[in-house]
Design a protein around this ligand. Structure first.
Ligand SMILES: NC(=O)c1ccc[n+]([C@@H]2O[C@H](COP(=O)([O-])OP(=O)(O)OC[C@H]3O[C@@H](n4cnc5c(N)ncnc54)[C@H](O)[C@@H]3O)[C@@H](O)[C@H]2O)c1
Ligand SMILES: O=C(O)C(=O)C[C@@H](O)[C@H](O)[C@H](O)COP(=O)(O)O
Ligand SMILES: [Zn+2]
Length: 378
């Protein structure tokens, strides 16, 4: 690989994982010139592109142009329905069938073009096909550029809970073209922004302070601010995954707000009523509240976190989601299926303050119940 294979003006974040290391390319219109990098992974063959019905008309032509520019004639893309409901067994079966119907060999490469739903299900298909083939992530939502395309968590949801079926399978390359975000609806931009704020809240207080100043610019699509936010988020995630690929330690911090958030998502049926990033926003506010109630975090820090999320337009309380009758027992049952549960006890990601997250197992269930009862009270 030569530096001339990387488009000018590209930030390159390296995720160091020994033989599974890879580059994350970030930049405005970086996809336009990414053909040689894709060709290097596919050894000059066409990748099997997986995308969704919204993304295909908007961004597949750019990818196909890129491939043709590198002498690769694209094959017909596999186009799945858009949205969280696609991350289920039925669509996984359909995707696997479409991939295997192509008579693939182990050298085949899948390419996920889309948001976290497409990235997660395609990554899981790559982990499963012929017991593991390569895949490339071309994330097109803010959430997938700052989070889901990086780190190798792949999978689907189950009626039993969120992401309960899946595999760790790292991509070979990530291409985050921030210009693709120009077509992303504002609600989806905001949902992705919640995961950006997460990095500030778990261990980067300086980044959180930058977001307090510049968050509106990121959300509004200012190209410099957006690119900085995506690159810093990828750096933050790469630093954590690089030392704890399979979540036996610090990687769990990336789950701030998710134990609550996943339960809220399950309660709303993994659908458009509550997006993942929105659930994470509410979940992070609840995690700060819980930390305050346990005497671990100053109330002023919790208020700062909540105020920033709310100021950009994110929900911060379950009651911010209209038309849902929340059931605290149901939420607690869902939380008990969290992947961080050990010996029957939930591991919570808590905070000592802004940018200082840690995990704790011995949280009094009565405090959690009261917190949720207060949070869902009208
Ligand atoms: N693997 C991980 O580490 C990880 C991390 C965070 C989240 N996730 C998962 O990611 C999923 C959420 O991802 P998401 O928020 O990207 O949702 P998504 O994939 O559903 O995309 C959101 C919506 O935006 C549309 N879209 C995508 N790109 C677009 C573009 N450029 N222009 C216009 N529309 C576009 C999609 O069609 C969809 O309707 C959840 O399932 C979550 O669990 C995984
Ligand atoms: O990469 C990680 O690790 C994360 O926890 C990132 C989260 O934002 C993401 O939502 C992830 O899919 C949650 O993982 P899970 O193991 O709790 O399902
Ligand atoms: Zn998440």
């Amino acid at each position: 690989m030569t530096s001339s294979d990387t488009p000018a003006g590209t930030d390159i974040v390296r995720l160091d994982l020994g033989p599974r290391s890879y580059d994350i390319l970030v930049g405005d219109r970086v996809l336009d010139g990414a053909g040689p990098r894709i060709a290097a992974v596919t050894r000059g063959k066409a990748p099997i592109v997986v995308t969704d019905e919204n993304v295909a008309p908007l961004h597949l032509p750019t990818l196909e142009r890129t491939l043709r520019g590198s002498g690769i004639e694209p094959t017909q893309a596999i186009v799945l329905p858009a949205g969280e409901k696609t991350k289920d067994f039925a669509h996984f079966e359909r995707l696997m069938d479409a991939v295997l119907a192509r008579g693939i060999e182990r050298s085949a490469v899948l390419l996920a073009l889309g948001g976290g739903v497409i990235g997660d299900i395609t990554g899981f298909a790559a982990a499963s096909a012929l017991r593991g083939i390569d895949f490339i992530q071309v994330p097109t939502t803010l959430l997938s550029q700052v989070d889901s395309s990086v780190g190798g968590k792949t999978g689907i949801n189950s009626p039993h809970g969120k992401n309960l079926i899946g595999a760790f399978h790292q991509p070979r390359l990530v291409i985050a073209d921030t210009a693709t975000l120009d077509t992303l609806p504002r609600r989806e931009v905001l949902a992705g922004y919640a995961e950006v704020v997460k990095y500030g809240l778990i261990r980067l207080p300086g980044f959180f302070a930058w977001l307090e100043e510049n968050g509106e610019r990121v959300v509004a699509g200012d190209s410099d601010a957006r690119r900085y936010a995506v690159t810093e988020s990828c750096r933050a995630k790469a630093a954590i995954v690089g030392v704890d690929e399979r979540e036996s330690g610090d990687r769990a911090l990336l789950n701030l707000g998710h134990t609550f958030g996943h339960a809220l998502e399950a309660a709303t049926g993994f659908g458009p009523r509550l997006l993942h990033g929105e659930a994470v926003s509410i979940g992070m506010a609840l995690a700060f509240d819980l930390s305050v109630r346990l005497g671990l975090c100053p109330a002023a820090d919790a208020e700062k976190a909540r105020a920033h999320l709310a100021r950009v337009g994110l929900p911060v309380r379950p009651t911010d989601i209209p038309g849902v009758e929340w059931d605290v027992d149901g939420l607690i049952l869902s939380m008990a299926k969290d992947k961080k549960v050990k010996d029957g006890r939930i591991t919570f990601v808590l905070v000592r303050g802004l940018g200082d997250a840690f995990t704790q197992r011995d949280v009094d269930p009565a405090v959690v119940r009261t917190l949720l009862e207060d949070a869902v009270a009208p």
